[in-house]
Design a protein around this ligand. Structure first.
Ligand SMILES: [Zn+2]
Length: 355
C-alpha cells in the first residue's frame, strides 16, 4: 500500500475506535464499593477519632434498610484481582488501630447485624499490652467469630515520611524492618502472614508502596476518601473515614455512599513526594471523559479548598494552573465531577508530601 493510503487507513481505524469507545455502555462493577474506615466507638475522650454508638448503630441500620450488602474485604480484593462482579450496593467495613472499644462496643453491634469486618492492628501495641488496645485473647475470640485481622505496621510510625537525615536505602531498610516485625508477630500469634496493609496515618509514597509489595502484601489501603471501582489499584485502595464531628454524621455517611469513582490515567503531581513546588499544574486525565458533565469539574487541595477546574475536551484533561507554593507537609488532592448518567458526584483523591 502507498504510504499516504496507509496513513489514511490508520487514521480511519483510530477515529472509528475512538468513537466506539464513547458509546460503550459503562461496566457494571464500576463505581460501587465504598470501604468504610472507623477507629473508636463510643469513646468520648478522643472525639476526633470517635463515632458515637447511636450514630454507629444508625449507620449500620441504614445499610440494612437500604439493602446494602456488607461484604468481607477479601471478597472486594479478589474481585479486583480477578475482575469479578460484586453486588451493586456493596460496602466493606474496616477498623484501624485495634482499640478496646472495637471489642467492647463495635463487635456486639456488628455481630448482631451479621456484618463481616476487618481490623488493622499495629502489632507493637497489642504485643506490649498498651492500655486501651485489644489483647491477643480478645483478638483470638473475635477471630473465632469470623473477624478478619490485618496489618497496620508494627510501631505505627509515619512510614510515608522519610525521617530526618535518612538516605533512601536507610529509609527502605527502616520500612522493611518495621513491616517484617509485624508480619512475624502475625505469624507467631495468629498463624498467618497478613495479606493487607493499612498505611499508618494513611500516609504513603511510591517507595513505601514498593517495599510493602515486595514483602508480600496483596493490597494496600489508604485513608483517602473515594470509591473502589474496577479501575482502582490494589496498592491504593481508598477508604472513607467515619469519625469526628462532621464525618461521623448521618448526612456525611449518606453522602459518601452516593459517590462514584472517577478513574484517571495520570495524576499531576504524581502521588508521593512533590518534585516541583509550586507544581506547574494540578491535573488528571480522565479515563472515561464521556461519563461526566463537562462543566462540572472541580479540584480540591487540602490547603486551598475547592476550586473550579478547566476541562480540555480533546485530551480529557481536568486542570488548574498558576499555583502558589504548597506549604503543608501533606496535601490531599482531588478531582471531582458529576456523573452524567446518575447525577452522582464522582471523586478521585490522592496524596502529595513535601520531601
Ligand atoms: Zn492508625
Amino acid at each position: 500500500m502507498k504510504p499516504i493510503l496507509n496513513l489514511i487507513w490508520r487514521s480511519l481505524i483510530f477515529v472509528v475506535w475512538t468513537i466506539s469507545l464513547c458509546f460503550l455502555p459503562p461496566k457494571v462493577f464500576a463505581n460501587n464499593t465504598v470501604v468504610l474506615l472507623y477507629h473508636k466507638f463510643g469513646d468520648n475522650r478522643t472525639p476526633s477519632t470517635n463515632v458515637s454508638l447511636d450514630a454507629f448503630k444508625a449507620q449500620m441500620l441504614y445499610l440494612k434498610t437500604h439493602h446494602y450488602q456488607v461484604i468481607p474485604l477479601k471478597r472486594l480484593i479478589m474481585a479486583l484481582e480477578k475482575k469479578q462482579m460484586l453486588p451493586p450496593k456493596a460496602v466493606v467495613i474496616t477498623i484501624d488501630d485495634g482499640y478496646k472499644s472495637v471489642y467492647i462496643n463495635a463487635f456486639p453491634i456488628l455481630k448482631e447485624f451479621g456484618y463481616p469486618f476487618t481490623v488493622f492492628l499495629p502489632t507493637e501495641a497489642i504485643e506490649k499490652h498498651f492500655p486501651d488496645y485489644l489483647s491477643w485473647k480478645e483478638v483470638k475470640q473475635m477471630q473465632k467469630a469470623g473477624v478478619d485481622f490485618q496489618d497496620h505496621s508494627y510501631a505505627h510510625h509515619r512510614l510515608g515520611f522519610v525521617p530526618e537525615g535518612m538516605t533512601e536505602s536507610v529509609y527502605r531498610n527502616w520500612i522493611r524492618k518495621d513491616l517484617k516485625k509485624s508480619r512475624f508477630i502475625f505469624k507467631s500469634r495468629l498463624g498467618y502472614e497478613p495479606d493487607y496493609l493499612a498505611f499508618p496515618y494513611g500516609y504513603y509514597n511510591k517507595i513505601l508502596i514498593e517495599e510493602a509489595l515486595k514483602l508480600g502484601y496483596k493490597a494496600l489501603l489508604t485513608q483517602d476518601p473515594g470509591v473502589v471501582s474496577e479501575d482502582t489499584s490494589l496498592s491504593l485502595i481508598p477508604r472513607e473515614p467515619i469519625l469526628g464531628k462532621e464525618w461521623a454524621t448521618m448526612k456525611h455517611f449518606i453522602q459518601i455512599l452516593h459517590r462514584v469513582d472517577l478513574p484517571l490515567f495520570q495524576h499531576k503531581p504524581e502521588i508521593g513526594f512533590l518534585k516541583q513546588n509550586p507544581p506547574p499544574e494540578i491535573s488528571g486525565i480522565l479515563k472515561y471523559p464521556q461519563r461526566y458533565l463537562p462543566g462540572s469539574f472541580g479540584i480540591y487541595v487540602s490547603e486551598w479548598g475547592w476550586q473550579k477546574a478547566q476541562f480540555d475536551q480533546k485530551t480529557g484533561k481536568v486542570f488548574i494552573r498558576n499555583l502558589p507554593v504548597l506549604k503543608r507537609k501533606v496535601n490531599r488532592i482531588a478531582i471531582t465531577g458529576i456523573e452524567r448518567r446518575s447525577g452522582k458526584p464522582a471523586v478521585n483523591f490522592w496524596m502529595v508530601i513535601l520531601p
